[in-house]
Design a binder for this molecule. Structure first.
Ligand code: HEC
Length: 250
């Protein structure tokens, strides 16, 4: 009896250790923090869309996204759409392209800023969240900025006014490859937003990018719930029918 209890306890401990290693393993060793995106949060998606057109669309397009389809998904009227999201002479039925010629972009940045329609699927939302949070001051770069998740990126720190400018604090010892290791940041120029407020901005943008990467998600989820609801009702009916049919047999 005692042996059995001990074995069960050992098995439980092993399972707990496994769960713990899965749960906490992800936060160790420079892994990505979670974006915690919630596609059912329409207010967050609306804010994300607004930040996107204000801070990203100048360089990046979202060529598979049509303004009027977006407004529909985000529950915006055509007036709200035109006033809040279309700053160019584009029409609501057009897609979210921008006017930056490719050659100019290449000349300025050395690389064309990628279209962001499907970036959430290509890179993952956690990556983009950490990328947006990862900019720091680096005077050796042409843009004056560097990034922890995409070192030597050509993208400038476009949200610096909101986040402020941060300088890296380096560890005493160097990493395995001899490169300096960043252990933290100190703010040298405060931004317009607090850390929490900026965090929300980054999450809203990532949420929006996740949505445009797969707009069907919303419909799929609500359809899924309705299908399960139907199956439950059907189950109840089938059970009542079975009871009715079998009631005289026993
Ligand atoms: C001034 C132009 C400019 C603006 C504005 C801009 N970007 Fe970029 N972005 C770039 C360039 C250039 C690259 C290519 C970077 C590279 O490959 O080093 C890039 C790359 C990216 C990438 C891909 C990173 C990767 O791993 O390949 C993402 C995601 C991204 N930008 C998101 C955004 C978001 C979100 C915004 C708005 C908040 C934004 N960008 C605003 C120029 C810009």
């Amino acid at each position: 009896m005692r042996g059995k209890v001990a074995r069960v306890a050992a098995a439980a401990a092993a399972v707990a250790a496994l769960v713990a290693s899965i749960a906490f393993g992800a936060s160790e060793g420079g892994e990505l923090a979670s974006a915690n995106a919630n596609i059912n949060n329409t207010a967050s998606l609306q804010r994300g869309a607004k930040y996107f057109v204000n801070y990203c669309l100048g360089c990046h397009s979202a060529q598979y996204v049509r303004y009027n389809k977006l407004a529909e998904g985000l529950k915006l009227t055509e007036d709200q759409l035109v006033q809040n999201l279309i700053f160019t002479d584009q029409q609501p039925f057009e897609t979210m392209t921008n006017a930056m010629p490719r050659e100019d972009a290449e000349r300025w940045f050395g690389i064309t800023p990628p279209d962001l329609s499907l970036i959430s699927r290509a890179r993952g939302q956690d990556y983009i969240y950490n990328f947006l949070q990862g900019f720091y001051f680096d005077p050796s770069k042409p843009t004056g900025a560097n990034n922890v998740v995409l070192p030597n990126t050509a993208m400038p720190h476009v949200l610096w006014e909101l986040q402020g400018i941060r300088r890296p604090i380096f560890e005493e010892s160097e990493g395995e490859d001899g490169a300096p290791v960043i252990s933290g940041f100190e703010t040298v120029v405060p931004g317009l937003l607090t850390e929490e407020e900026f965090d929300q901005v980054a999450r809203d943008i990532v949420n929006f990018l996740g949505y445009i990467g797969e707009p069907m998600q919303l419909e799929r989820r609500s359809l899924g719930i309705r299908v399960i609801g139907f199956l439950l009702v059907f189950l109840l009916l089938a059970w009542m029918l079975k009871r009715e049919i079998w009631k005289d047999v026993h």
